[in-house]
Design a protein around this ligand. Structure first.
Ligand code: FES
Length: 259
């Protein structure tokens, strides 16, 4: 675990969309960031308090350059402070943490449907790159609130078919990700999804009996299995059965945990 603590240096910070920033960091621990869907626990400021770290998913990795890209929304105090970090600043980062998306569940020639909502879109990008590399056809459905929130549309297009939805209809398909799935009758062999809980609930109901995996990255505390802030019940399990999102997840087979 100690090799998962490291100092990473900011090499790029860009505003991608409304309140959404792309942060590129460089350092030796990037060598461990090979599985999409894992996350980094970033210390913002000097506090040693684990609960004051911010879990941010990995959006992309360049192993040759030892660079990792994260996309985060500047909302709370910590992430707002993070958005002011400039090139050359070092960040204390734990990770990669958690269990990511099982790339091996998609076979060469399969169709994979990637369904993302808002800040749940970034981890799907690193996943899409790995799937394409093994010959999987990738269809991405990316949901945002409004046109000003949309990011990475072109990046996903370079990897496969892309459908963008916006709740207010200002860009792409009007409505939610499910509207695009229905309108274009999208089918798949395997589904991977990450986004807000209401979206994941709908995905779970639709794909409960399919090969499907969801990432519950919204609910996180310490990030290393110590605080129990992320505990969730197991579907059909007894009252004492639970999973920790940070260490057993954040990716679970659809229907394994209660949302
Ligand atoms: Fe603390 Fe999972 S976030 S136990």
């Amino acid at each position: 675990m100690r090799d998962r603590y490291g100092s990473l240096t900011v090499v790029e910070q860009t505003l991608l969309a409304k309140d959404s920033y792309q942060l590129v960091l460089e350092g030796e621990t990037v060598a461990h960031m090979t599985q999409p869907g894992q996350f980094l626990h970033v210390r913002v400021g000097q506090s040693e308090d684990l609960l004051l770290r911010r879990p941010i998913s990995i959006a992309d990795v360049d192993l040759n350059k030892q660079q990792v890209t994260m996309i985060y929304r500047a909302g709370g105090e910590g992430t707002s402070r993070l958005s002011h970090y400039e090139n050359g600043k070092t960040l204390n980062v734990m990770g990669p943490l958690g269990k990511g998306f099982p790339v091996e569940e998609a076979q060469t020639g399969d169709v994979a449907l990637l369904v993302g909502g808002g800040i749940g879109v970034p981890p799907l990008y690193y996943l899409a790159k790995q799937l394409v590399k093994k010959g999987v056809h990738v269809i991405s459905v990316l949901g945002f609130a409004s046109k000003q929130d949309v990011f990475y549309e072109e990046a996903f297009k370079a990897l496969g078919d892309v459908y963008v939805t916006t709740v207010d209809g200002s860009h792409g398909v009007h409505g939610f990700v499910t509207n695009a799935i229905d309108e274009f009758e999208l089918k798949c062999d395997v589904l991977y999804s990450c986004g807000p809980t209401p979206m994941l609930k709908v995905v779970t109901e639709r794909y409960r009996h399919k090969k499907a995996f969801i990432s519950l990255e919204e609910r996180m505390g310490c990030g290393i299995g110590a605080c129990f802030a992320c505990v969730c019940a197991v579907e059909d399990g007894d009252a004492h059965e639970y999973r920790k999102i940070c260490s057993d997840g954040p990716v679970f087979p659809v229907g394994e945990v209660v949302l």
